[in-house]
Design a protein around this ligand. Sequence first.
Ligand code: CMC
Length: 421
Amino acid sequence: MSETVKLTYKDKNYEFPLIEGSEDEKGIDIKTLRAETGLITYDPGYKNTGSCKSAITFLNGEEGILRYRGYSIEDLCDKASFLEVAFLLIFGDMPTAKELDLMNSEIRKDSLVDEDLKSILKSFPKSAHPMGVLSSLTSGLIAFNPTSVDIESEEDMREAIIMLMAKFPILASWTHRKVKGLPLNYANTSLSYVENIAHMMFKLPHQDYEPSPVVVNALNKLLILHADHEQNCSTSTVRIVGSSHAGLFASVSAGISALWGPLHGGANQAVIEMLEAIKADGGDTKKYMAKAKDKNDPFRLMGFGHRVYKNFDPRARIIKKAADEVLNELGVNDPVLEIAKGLEKETLNDPYFIDRKLYPNVDFYSGIIYRALGIPTEMFTVMFALGRLPGWIAQWSEMRRNNEPIGRPRQIYTGSKHRSI
Ligand code: CMC
């Protein structure tokens, strides 16, 4: 007989099944809890709540393991292209050469957006944050591509997926061009997916542009590292929005808004701003360490800590090494890299950070690479979104195909009892 978990409440005993994942992680299946006991669970921030079963990404925060569909992030970063990883996440296995070619050519064919989208872009002030603009433009895509997706139809699903994979980098690059006051670029179909991102962002009308292999390799690695991270805030947003049967583009647009926040993807921008502030303040890292530890000061060390990783973030390890390599190869000497390394060293020896298991996360070093590649600070979270897109798509598809019920948590009401006017 399978294992159960017992609960006693008001002298009555209840049993709930234990469920087990493929990597031995266990959970209590409480689907019938309220019906049987009248109780709900209370778990702010869902720190102990599994919202779904998923076969996409495995992560073990204690051991610092991250795998997409069984492949380690270290292997994928070394040996795969971002498009291969996107295929893997979305369709479940590494693509054959033929499958990859097909996906590439479908994306190339769809790498256009309706010219009228430009008028939406035009209506934003130049000072608008690119993440807000990206979320709006992604939402705007729905108006120009109104076909509804029949999730039973492989063809419909694939069409929506390809459409988004093809059009999203165009929109992302346009948010950059808008801030810079530059003409908008389209894809060059002779380039790879990642080369095209660089091309659309950086190609100037009066100059030839050939994306450098250093830039393309670094981008490839960064995009792979960000491609999925199981049920994080933005992915949970995508799944919950999609659970109302809102479409893929609407769900991803909501995910972009969730990613924007400084506690999530927005941390990469916040890290560089923090490091710059420390530099401008004379580089006194100890002062900022003290601020981060002071419970009366809302300041946190951005790029430190993670809800799930309590040992190290494997993505941060890869990025730290890549930051050194990229800066070396490009001959960039960025003083904030030294401040970042100094901060990391201090936190590793500080009881406050040790006790709370706070380590540098993926966002701590990524901004330093983005900066070396010539990407402006306010675009960092857009770069994260470009990487996370296949993850959002895979999670949305899985949620719809598994026919998950609408996401609708309960609450413990703490307001006034009934009163009369
Ligand atoms: N600086 C100083 N103290 C911190 C930090 C930090 N960056 N992060 C957590 N703590 C402390 C927190 O004050 C609390 O202390 P105490 O137990 O004394 O009250 C303890 O550590 C646990 O923190 P928590 O806020 O309960 O942990 P959480 O799992 O709810 O939050 C987090 C995780 C990532 C939001 C948080 O660590 C944080 O705000 N980090 C800074 C922002 C950041 O770098 N975010 C990027 C996350 S990785 C990429 C991504 O997800 O997109």
